[in-house]
Every structure is written in C-alpha cells, then in structure tokens.
Design a binder for this molecule. Structure first.
Ligand code: DOR
Ligand code: ZN
Length: 347
C-alpha cells in the first residue's frame, strides 16, 4: 500500500532571511515550526557586518522563540573589506556564528555594502582558510553587460574559480545554485558545497514569464530553464553530501513585488517541507530526502546529526495550504507552485 506518513530526521534550513522588526516577528514562527535550526542571512537594512551586530540580532531572534520550542539560530556575518582579521579568528570558535556571507555589490536586496573588487577580500580569505571559517557566497556577477541569465555561470567561471585557485582549502558554500553548470562545477570541487532552494527545484523561467508575468516567482539568482531545474532535482535526490536545502525564503510584501520595479525574493518557509516531500515522492526518492534536508548540511557545517524525527502525513484529499500571511506592512504570498499539495506536518 502507498505510504501515508513519513518520519524524517528534523530538517535544517541552511539559508533564510528572517528580516527584522515586525516582519521578523511574523515570519520567524514559520521557520521554527518547520526546522530544527536555520542559517540566518545578514542582509538587514544595516547589514550584520561584525560579531557584535550578529550577537544583538541573535538575542532579538532568541527573545521571540517560545521556551517550549527547540530551535537553533545559526548566524552569519556580512563580509566587507572592513572586517578585521581578529573578528574572523573569533568567528572560528564562536558558539553560533557559522559562516561569513559574501555579496557582490548590487546583486540583490541590501547588497550595497557588498564587494566590487574581489582582490580586496583576499587577505580575509587567507585568514578564513587558515581558521576553517566557511565562506557563503551569492554567486552572480553584477556587470550590466552580462545577461541576467548568465550571471551565475560567469561568476563561477571567473570569480569563484579564481577564489578556489588561490585558496584551495577555503570551505565554500555556493548559495542557491540555479543551473546544470553549477551542479557540475560543485561536483568537481573538493571544498565546495551548495544550497538549493525549493523554488529553483520546482519552477522555471517559462513558468515565471510565458503565460503572463508572475512576480511572486521573481528571485535572485533568476529562475533558469527546465533543463537546469531538472539538473538541480537530480542533485537534490542523489543524496550527494555536497547538496543541501537552503530555502532562501525571503519575504517581501506583495505591494513591493507586484510593482513596476518588483523586489527579488520568494517567501517559502511555511510550505517548504511538505512541497519537498511531494517533489521527492514524485521522483520516487523519499529514501534520499533526509540527506538533502537533514544530514548533508549538518555534516558540511561540522554539527552532530539530529536523532529526533518529525512526522509528515499524506492526506487523501489536498490540504488547505496557507496562501499568504498578514503583516502590519501588508500581505506576503507563500510560495506554492503545486495545484494540489497532500502532505502536512502531524501536530
Ligand atoms: O531573491 C532573493 N532575495 N535573493 C537574494 O539573494 C536575497 C533575497 C532577499 O533578501 O530578498
Ligand atoms: Zn538569500
């Protein structure tokens, strides 16, 4: 008989934007109810560029987690050339700061403090390599002469390759990969791993653009072709330890997305796990889902594996899936590209 439930080792989200203020308070429960831990991105309006700012942000998040909830926030620093070498050394033994995130200037939301000249960061990469601090990368070039669909590929061929050649022992996560080229590149590199989002696994650029424009599927890096999507699915369902879930859940209120100049970002935390179960089931790969959502990321980040499981049940009729959430700045649409969703977490 078809399986009606699945018990999964608690999942982690290795890339999430929780924002701050009232948006943080509204979106945080969707992360702590679905995940045992999450790596929280530092691109706030005032970017989290040093340890003290990360500690303040961490305290604010922890203050909002109810006592009965077991959830671990892992923090990141936003890499700028002003970061001191001593701060990097301190990160290497910090209790909860787990990575330093590098944004190319202008690549995405709040990336104005990102780098324009990679060479300026070399002295810092040297320290990160020596002390085993993980570099997390938004991998796109920002040169306006490069077509938006080619920006990840060009970043890999130029900047990423250069970093790897100069710092072969630097541990790197290429975030939210989008293409078959990226999958192939990751497989070949020893110290490199990658996160993959729900949206890059489930939708492609035709779905976003061919039958009317769907701003709720607009994100950075932009969705690619169906062939690329299928390569990402193969990577995720393969169980290969180099690939793990980072939802890149990135809430923006609908009025800022459905606009003449809409923001990049997809809010996907609420249904991330049920959608992934359905995807893995459709590919007859439920036996590999724990690698992707629970094990591989922890292994890469050097954390003990979970031993508790959570149960998801499959209903006979489609579930009444959440469509949006309300915030005091407006509604935020929840990512769900499937007509019918059958899985939900057992209460
Ligand atoms: O689509 C995106 N939105 N990609 C990112 O890299 C950042 C994110 C955001 O913060 O809105
Ligand atoms: Zn992101």
């Amino acid at each position: 008989m078809e399986k009606r439930y699945i018990d999964i080792l608690e999942p982690d989200d290795w890339h999430v934007h929780l924002r701050e203020g009232s948006i943080l308070s509204t979106v945080l429960p969707f992360t702590y109810k679905s995940f045992a831990s999450a790596l929280i991105m530092p691109n706030l309006e005032t970017p989290v560029t040093n340890i003290s700012l990360a500690e303040t942000y961490y305290s604010e998040i922890c203050r909002q987690i109810p006592r009965e909830i077991k959830f671990t926030p892992h923090m990141t620093l936003y890499l700028t050339s002003h970061l001191s070498k001593q701060q990097i050394i301190n990160v290497s033994t910090h209790q909860y700061i787990k990575a330093i995130k590098m944004y190319p200037k202008g690549a995405t939301t709040n990336s104005d403090s990102g780098f324009s000249n990679i060479i300026e960061l070399y002295p810092l990469f040297e320290v990160m390599e020596k002390y085993g601090v993980i570099l997390s990368i938004h991998g796109e070039v920002t040169n306006e002469k490069v077509d938006v669909f080619e920006r990840e590929k060009v970043f890999i061929e130029t900047i990423l390759t250069q970093i790897i050649n100069n710092f072969p022992n630097l541990r790197i996560v290429l975030e939210h990969i989008t293409s078959a080229d990226a999958v192939n590149f990751i497989k070949e590199q020893k110290k490199l791993a990658a996160t993959i989002t729900n949206h890059h696994l489930m939708v492609n650029r035709n779905i976003m653009l061919s039958k009317g424009i769907r701003p709720n599927f607009y994100c950075a890096p932009i969705l690619k072709t169906e062939e690329d999507r299928l390569a990402l699915v193969q990577a995720a369902i393969s169980g290969n330890g180099k690939f793990f879930l980072g939802t890149d859940s990135a809430p923006h209120v609908d009025s800022k997305k459905v606009s003449s100049c809409g923001c990049a970002g997809i809010f996907s935390s609420p249904l991330a796990i049920p959608l992934l179960i359905q995807l893995f089931e459709d590919h007859s790969s439920l036996n590999k889902i724990e690698n992707f959502i629970s094990r591989n990321g922890r292994a890469f980040y050097g954390l003990n594996q979970h031993n508790e499981r959570v149960r998801y049940v499959k209903r006979s009729n489609p579930v009444d899936a959440i469509k949006n959430i309300k915030t005091n700045q407006g509604e935020i649409t929840v990512f769900n590209p499937y007509d019918e969703l059958y899985w939900e977490k057992e209460n």
